[in-house]
Design a protein around this ligand. Structure first.
Ligand SMILES: [Zn+2]
Length: 202
């Protein structure tokens, strides 16, 4: 599949966000680990500006980059941090969170029965009434027609084997997938710290 196609698919799942310089509440800080890689990708590690400033004051983080915007108190002025780095290294979790977006990302925003990118839903591979769990290993991205067609049957019963058996991805595997799916909005000061392919920024 072409990367441009993947991006187009991802775009459909992103909500339109405004310019984060617009208001204070839209000035989150990208949080980097002490090794200057993002603390997490999915979800992207972002802290609200208040949390970021508190962490700066407590000397738990270093400011890497700032927004133009500043906050004032009677005794000081501080530019709002846009990128901060933890002073103490936190071991990243090996597995990403089990979320709708991450399941779509694992499945490359395509139906795992027919490959279609349209009308995506989630399917319990083994239906719930047959004891199927809501887990990485049993939830698949499925287009609405395939979901309907399969109904309450197992893939064997429906003769619809998944193209790729669902697994619990590691953070690293999901990160590799994510290169094709940049998040909805990247502040310009974040770009250097993220792992997205440069060509995707155009
Ligand atoms: Zn399908």
């Amino acid at each position: 599949m072409l990367k441009s196609e993947l991006i187009e698919r991802a775009a459909r799942f992103r909500s339109a966000e405004g310019d984060p310089s617009r208001s204070l509440s839209d000035c989150p800080a990208l949080v980097l680990n002490a090794d200057y890689t993002p603390l997490s990708y999915y979800p992207l590690s972002l802290w609200p500006w208040q949390t970021a400033i508190k962490a700066v004051v407590l000397e738990r983080v270093d400011i890497v980059s700032t927004y133009e915007r500043a906050v004032h108190s009677p005794s000081w002025t501080m530019q709002i941090p846009s990128v901060i780095a933890l002073r103490q290294y936190v071991r990243p979790s090996e597995f990403p969170a089990f979320t709708r977006f991450n399941v779509f990302l694992r499945d490359r925003f395509s139906c795992q029965y027919c490959g279609s990118p349209a009308h995506l839903t989630f399917d319990h591979m083994v239906p719930r009434r047959l004891g199927g769990r809501t887990s990485w290993e049993n939830i698949l991205t499925a287009c609405a027609p395939c979901n309907m067609k399969k109904g309450g049957r197992t893939p064997q019963q429906a003769k619809m084997p998944p193209l790729i058996p669902p697994i619990r991805p590691t953070s690293w595997q999901l990160q590799e997938r994510g290169r094709a799916f940049p998040p909805n909005h990247l502040h310009e000061t974040w770009r250097d710290w993220l792992y997205w392919d440069v060509e995707l920024e155009a």
